[in-house]
Design a binder for this molecule. Structure first.
Ligand code: ADP
Ligand code: MG
Ligand code: MG
Ligand code: MG
Length: 741
């Protein structure tokens, strides 16, 4: 979760006076980091994941499943050396537990990152994940279970916490979520309130309700809340914030209370980090679709499968004017921004901001007479702070940066000054100038003045509240002279779109797939560039029900990937069987690989288009004209990951231990392959079917307390490996049954 300074957090109206100070000093800190780390090279390829858990309180007597909001102290225990039991267990198991937004959430990561060149570490990650669950469970009562379910189905429906709490909190003003779901650390309620105050209204997320035969038009909880008169904002759903036919959600917690799976990787240097960032960008929507796991929100089946737009909306602090939206009657076009009274008067004379976006007073480039009191141009901003990326980072990507990129021109000027210009190539300059259009959301009074040569809190303040599908992570400043920089984290890329899966097996599988694919894409120098606007279109597609199965995604035509597809022939998943089990095939004398299994013929020659629409199946599993992503990974494993000494003269595996590890890798890749081919359901499809086939389901899209309880029980059974064949199909389920947990 990043920085958790202790101290006094400032309310938005105090904190906004320091916005420019934070940005200016944040950029100086960034420049110092670049000066210190730009030249580092040949960093080891390290990687590490983050898994988030919700603590679900299961009462089998009353048949309820609720979010537990009173066990969060276990986090302190894990991180407090004076509590030797829990602290020692986390330490011994190479785990770190982190706080998250929700009081019912915990996050866990490996303490030491994994080594991307070591086959063993790709196997160890799952074991490390299992320890995280076991160690957490040891500190929890038996009936409180750390569950990796993307969205708690009944979050926001009446009583859904243990202990019960009422939605009457001043930080959130939510009609549905009590403030008690928010982490106790002052940062989090402040963050929540400041988003609302900056925006000038509560956040509003509307998800289409899945239309079943008896589905009602209105979200019943919105109708029920109509009587409440506690905060002025209570009227918002009826002023236009809530849409008919949609589930309406009004708080940061609805998004930040969702769980995701992230992975951070460290390529060899900054240049390679920008290459990796770019090549992964077009894959982000596909990763979202393949991991889809969220078909139920606030007690309703919804007409989409993933969490992304919920979080995006949940932290959307843009004012009406920035969103290019009409303010609600009586609301301020400029939200919580400080602007000159004359400007407000001018807008009022134009009708209070209604329609003001239509005149050319406020243009798209920030090049406008409208500025905040501290001189920052007010501009239209197309996306939330939590959204898909807006631009590529490597210069080769520049021609594909086709969407409007609002930037902070002052920051761009700061990064263009002669003394620093050469460190920041144009795409990087624009990247940071873009991130720095945002205001800091939480500032601690004790941390306003910092030593820019040794600290980076101001930079990270903006950086860590830009939650995009990918994050380019610069190193931290290294204050001790003489430190070997290679021993400190370097230039990293974080992959953030994936939804969390129920089992450690699946989470490990997707991570291993992403990391090995990254290794392969770098090694084979693959070109995946397509216009950013098409990635955005794919992001929308990835939200659809069964997107992985029924929808196609823009992708660079395989003929233009810059590889010879023929060189990947033979590297389908059966490569593992041939390598592990001696003597069932013949070596191909030409290139030393085994050609049994599906052929993947030479390069595509069927069209000249530079872009095509591909299904997940075609992209992942390949086709007549394309190696597909999996063959890139398998070839990389075969040629680079299996240690030379274990390849005997006939290119077979010379070690039982390695053979076992390879079987596990094969199973990971098989999971991705089967999900991409639609041969086994995504988690979202499985859960959707579970609800729709539940005997108590009324065909009204409502997921009742009773269904919720059964669904949670089913999720726990899957997590514990008790439904392998049902959930994973016969082949993979059979493998998992044989292997055990
Ligand atoms: P954040 O929440 O800011 O993304 P976390 O600390 O929660 O950060 O997670 C970062 C992940 O990166 C962890 O899994 C950690 O093990 C891993 N990691 C740490 N150092 C490196 C490194 N040098 N290279 C790659 N990954 C790293
Ligand atoms: Mg997290
Ligand atoms: Mg984290
Ligand atoms: Mg992260």
């Amino acid at each position: 979760m990043g920085l958790l300074s202790l101290g006094t957090p400032l309310d938005w109206h105090q904190s906004k006076q320091h916005n420019e100070h934070v940005r200016e000093n944040g950029i100086i800190q960034l420049i110092n980091i670049f000066s210190q780390h730009l030249a580092r090279d040949n960093d080891r390829f390290l990687w590490g994941d983050e898994v988030e858990y919700m603590l679900v309180d299961v009462d089998s007597q009353h048949k309820t499943a609720r979010l537990n909001i009173e066990q969060d102290a276990i986090l302190d225990d894990f991180n407090d050396p004076d509590k030797p039991g829990p602290y020692g267990k986390a330490l011994d198991n190479n785990i770190v537990f982190h706080p998250e937004y929700g009081r019912f959430m915990i996050e866990a990561t490996p303490r030491r990152p994994f080594d991307g060149t070591s086959l063993e570490d790709y196997i160890y990650v799952e074991q490390n994940m299992r320890s995280r669950r076991t160690v957490a469970q040891l500190e929890l009562p038996e009936h409180v279970v750390p569950l990796t379910l993307t969205a708690f189905p009944r979050m926001g429906c009446g009583i859904f916490t243990q202990p019960p709490a009422k939605p009457i909190g001043p930080a959130s003003q939510s009609l549905f979520l009590p403030d008690e779901v928010i982490n106790r650390h002052v940062r989090f309620p402040t963050l929540t309130a400041n988003i609302r105050k900056r925006r000038g209204a509560k956040v509003a997320i509307n998800l289409p309700i899945y239309p079943d035969v008896d589905t009602k038009l209105m979200d019943a909880l919105v109708v029920a809340a109509a009587r409440r008169d506690l905060f002025a904002s209570d009227a918002e759903p009826y002023l236009g914030a809530a849409k008919p036919g949609h589930v309406y959600m009004d708080l940061m917690g609805f998004g930040m209370g969702l769980l995701c799976l992230q992975v951070t990787m460290q390529p060899r240097n900054i240049a390679e980090a920008t290459v990796l960032y770019d090549v992964l960008a077009p894959l982000t929507p596909v990763l979202l679709a393949l991991t889809a796991a969220a078909p139920v929100f606030k007690g309703y089946l919804v007409d989409q499968d993933v969490r992304w737009n919920v979080i995006s909306g949940a932290v959307d602090d843009r004012t009406f004017v920035e969103r290019n939206a009409e303010p609600f009657r009586g609301y301020d076009l400029f939200g919580g921004l400080a602007v000159l009274d004359e400007l407000k008067d001018h807008v009022n004379s134009l009708g209070g901001g209604r329609g003001v976006n239509g005149d050319h007073e406020i243009n798209d480039n920030g090049d406008t007479s409208m500025v905040t009191l501290d001189g920052k141009p007010i501009q239209k901003i197309p996306k939330s702070r939590y959204d898909s990326i807006d631009a590529y980072l490597n210069e080769h990507g520049v021609p594909y940066n086709d969407i409007r990129l609002p930037i902070n021109t002052k920051v761009e000027a700061q990064l263009s000054e002669p003394a620093v210009r050469s460190m920041f190539p144009e795409p990087l300059r624009r990247h940071f100038a873009h991130l720095f259009i945002r205001d800091p959301l939480v500032l601690f009074s004790e941390r306003i003045d910092q030593d820019n040569s040794t600290e980076n809190d101001h930079f990270e303040n903006i950086q860590l509240t830009n939650w995009q599908t990918l994050r380019f992570k610069p190193p931290a400043p290294c204050p001790t002279p003489g430190t070997d920089l290679a021993s400190t984290p370097g230039w990293r890329v974080e992959v953030r779109p994936m939804e969390i899966q129920l089992t450690d097996f699946e989470n490990a599988a997707y991570l291993v797939f992403v990391v090995l694919l990254s290794r392969a894409l770098l090694k084979y120098n693959v070109n995946f560039y397509i216009p950013i606007s098409h990635i955005d279109e794919n992001m929308a597609t990835a939200h659809a029900v069964d997107a992985a199965l029924d929808h196609k995604f823009w992708f660079r035509a395989p003929a233009k990937w810059g590889i010879n597809h023929g060189e990947f022939r033979g590297y389908d998943l059966t490569w593992f069987d041939r390598f592990i089990n001696d003597g069932n095939d013949l070596p191909d004398q030409d290139n030393g690989v085994y050609l049994n299994g599906h052929p993947s013929n030479g390069p595509a020659a069927d069209h000249d288009d530079s872009e095509v629409k591909l299904s997940c199946d075609e992209l992942v599993n390949g086709s007549k004209h394309s190696a597909g992503l999996l063959r890139l990974v398998v070839k990389y494993i075969a040629t680079d990951l299996v240690p030379e000494k274990y390849k005997n003269s006939a290119h077979h595996c010379g070690s039982d231990a390695i053979a076992k590890e390879l079987e596990t890798l094969q199973a990971y890749l098989l999971l991705v392959s089967l999900r991409a081919a639609g041969k086994i359901p995504t988690t979202a499809r499985y859960l959707r079917d579970y609800v729709m086939l539940h005997p108590k389901y009324q065909r009204d899209s409502v997921v009742s307390d009773e269904i919720n309880y059964d669904l949670v029980q089913r999720a726990i059974a899957i997590t514990n490996g008790k439904r392998n064949k049902d959930f994973f199909g016969d082949v993979l389920g059979g493998f998992l049954d044989r292997r055990g947990l």
